[in-house]
Design a protein around this ligand. Structure first.
Ligand code: FAD
Length: 627
């Protein structure tokens, strides 16, 4: 059955996480007809799993906080490779986006005097994460969905149809973007349950498809995260930046094998949890890098005092940015001081009373009890790095979120630039709200322009492409699950947390072979719920993304944030201003070019002390500083 169900909208949002929902709400508030499409069930996105909280400098717990401090922390966290305009907009607008959520019905945890409470997190100078226990993402998604329902009720009063202006299509995977005359005209996909094809015609599309973690063997990401938005954008002619930067979260579960990679929230450390090796040593004190020496405690006593008196003490090194902590754990395990199952110990039991742990970290308690039979109020957890977040993504205009393809927008994790080489915890939920709203607004405006018609032959080609795994002769092709496993192993072993030139070259060779095999994967059966077929279509996206990561990682000869080179172990100022830009080369290859980063606006530059900037910038670049 080659029938293609057709729908027409002003704005189509692909992805129903925080970025997608906030974009859809904004476009609808602008009076547009909006479709929201999600690969899994509505409500099941990574956003829902976010535990720690949403960073916004409301200054409720420490009045010294403001957007400038948040901006500085974000740029430091990203090692000054961030798109500074995005970081500026994010720091300035995040508090409004959090307050606005409460007008939609969210209820954040409170301080004693009734303000929105804020918690400490790695890399943030002051307590800054608005939170709901350790289930913040759930509240965020719940509230955004509730807002959508309330808008649908408003629409019903006017049009008699709840779905006239906002309609959700779930369990629907988009496999192609359709362009006419160089602009976005629509997109094509299939419903997972019965395999029927569908096409959405629209002049503006927002990609909000989240991450790429499934290209790695150990990851906190779930099955949907195959880099679809990244690959769709590439194939439509847009560019990706910063793809060499992946965040390996320092604390994933390491045991039992079936749950390896599942996240252990950073809140455990924010609330006092400490990392120890097999000798019982709090090893993070040995791993404070020079650029952070002044901000972190050098003794356990000072670190411990910080939890109750942060103004007069420096923070403990367990709260260094994630890249530093992940590398430190990696080194301890490699040096033979790891825990029995190849991680290190994370101890909250000896630091907080059981009732405090149950109150502050209920999901973590539940997770360890259910999955590992460990009671975290009594014993330490075993943790190790897990592939968690991709800093790299679709290159967009910082103010509007539009990519280089007219009508194609991107927000949230699938967009690039905001977090530079490393994202601070809590800065994602705020990123989703700030840039979700912005892209929704500008996509709505853009949709008022020309409406290119979808070309019949493009739809036919999309159908053909989707059916390919069924039509390839069985003896010529392979099972997609076999190819996927090899791809994941290749990325995990050769382009993982610590990288070497010869290993990455080997990875690129393997990926070349995997590309050939991906083209000819075969699936059996029919289109009704067929996971093998779904994976066959996802696989080419995973491949493209992996090529971007491997090529960019090989090219960047320095270590910075989420990119660590064994052969180039230090950060190099000559690389700070260089972006590696990926574009598609045919169906299943990518090409890399270099691009100069736009220099920071002078008044933002002046927010930093010259002494600090010297650690990141070349002498020449510092000429313009007021000092
Ligand atoms: P997501 O929420 O990931 O949603 C992506 C959507 O796109 C989904 O609906 C998916 O079905 C859909 N999709 C994907 N491909 C397709 C396709 N081809 N067709 C149709 N739909 C598609 N960040 C924080 O700031 N604080 C935290 O405490 C925090 N904790 C985290 C805990 C975990 C376990 C994880 C995994 C992440 C955490 N993060 C946290 C990161 C943060 O949750 C994510 O980066 C963020 O939620 C991404 O949001 P998003 O809207 O960009 O995409």
């Amino acid at each position: 059955d080659r029938n293609v169900e057709t729908h027409e909208y002003d704005v189509v949002v692909i992805g129903a996480g925080g970025a997608g929902l906030r974009a859809a709400i904004e476009a609808r508030l602008q009076g547009k007809r909006v479709a929201i499409i999600s690969k899994s069930l509505f409500g099941k996105a990574h956003t829902v799993m976010a535990e720690g909280g949403c960073a916004a400098s409301m200054g409720n717990v420490n009045p010294n906080d403001n957007w400038m401090v948040h901006y500085r922390d974000t740029m430091r966290g990203g090692k000054f490779l961030n798109n500074w305009r995005m970081a500026e907009l994010h720091a300035k607008e995040a508090p409004d986006r959090v307050w606005e959520l409460e007008t939609y019905g969210a209820l954040f945890d409170r301080t004693k005097d009734g303000k929105i409470s804020q918690r400490n997190f790695g890399g943030h100078t002051y307590p800054r994460l608005a939170h709901v226990g350790d289930r913040t993402g759930l509240e965020l998604i719940r509230t955004l969905q509730q807002k959508i329902v309330s808008l649908q009720q408003d629409d019903h009063k006017v049009t008699g149809d709840y779905q006239s202006h906002l309609r959700v299509y779930h369990e629907c995977t988009i496999t192609e973007l359709l362009k006419t005359d160089g602009r976005i005209a629509g997109c094509f996909g299939y419903f997972r349950n019965d395999g029927r094809f569908v096409r959405f015609d629209a002049p503006a599309i927002v990609l909000a498809t989240g991450g790429v973690g499934k290209s790695y063997q150990v990851t906190s990401n779930s099955w949907e995260y195959t880099g679809d938005g990244h690959a769709l954008a590439l194939r439509a002619g847009a560019t990706l930046i910063n793809m060499e930067f992946l965040q390996f979260h320092p604390t994933g579960m390491v045991w039992p094998p079936s749950v390896k990679g599942i996240l252990v929230t950073e809140s455990v450390r924010g609330d006092g949890g400490v990392l120890r090796n097999s000798e019982g040593k709090r090893f993070m004190f040995d791993y404070i890098p020079d650029v952070f020496k002044e901000q972190y405690a050098t003794t356990e006593e000072e670190g411990d005092r910080w939890y109750t008196d942060p103004d007069n003490n420096r923070r403990p090194p367990e709260l260094l940015p994630r890249d530093e902590v992940a590398r430190a754990i990696n080194s301890e395990v490699k040096a033979g001081r790891g825990s029995p199952h190849g991680g290190v110990f994370l101890d909250i039991a000896s630091r907080l009373k059981p009732e405090e742990i149950l109150k502050r970290l209920p999901s973590m308690h539940h997770q360890f009890k259910e999955l590992a039979d460990v009671d975290i109020t009594k014993e330490p957890m075993e943790v190790g790095p897990t592939c968690h977040y991709v800093m790299g993504g679709i290159e967009v205009d910082p103010d509007t979120g539009m990519s280089s393809v007219p009508g194609l927008f991107a927000a949230g994790e699938c967009s690039g630039g905001m977090h530079g080489s490393n994202r601070l915890g809590g800065n994602s939920l705020s990123d989703l709200l700030v840039f979700g709203r912005r892209t929704g607004l500008y996509a709505a405006q853009f949709s008022e322009g020309a409406r290119p018609a979808v070309a019949r032959e493009d739809v036919d080609a999309a159908v053909e492409r989707a059916l390919l795994p069924f039509t390839t002769a069985a003896e010529q092709g392979e099972n997609p699950f076999v190819v996927q496993l090899e791809l994941q192993k290749c990325m995990h072993e050769l382009v993982g947390i610590i990288r070497k030139e010869d290993e990455m070259e080997m990875a690129l060779k393997k990926l070349e072979d995997i590309a050939t095999r991906t083209r000819t994967v075969v699936v059996e059966g029919h289109r009704e719920f067929n996971p093998g077929w779904h994976l066959a279509l996802d696989l080419r996206n995973m491949l493209l993304v992996s090529l971007c990561v491997a090529k960019a990682a090989l090219e960047r000869q320095e270590s910075r944030g989420g990119h660590t080179r064994d052969d180039f172990p230090v950060m190099d100022s000559d690389w700070r201003h260089i972006l590696l830009v990926c574009s598609a080369l045919g169906e299943d290859n990518v090409e890399l070019t270099r691009k100069e980063q736009i220099p920071m606006r002078p008044e933002l530059f002046d927010l930093f002390e010259l002494d600090e900037l010297k650690k990141y910038y070349t002498g020449e670049e510092l000429g313009g500083h007021r000092a």
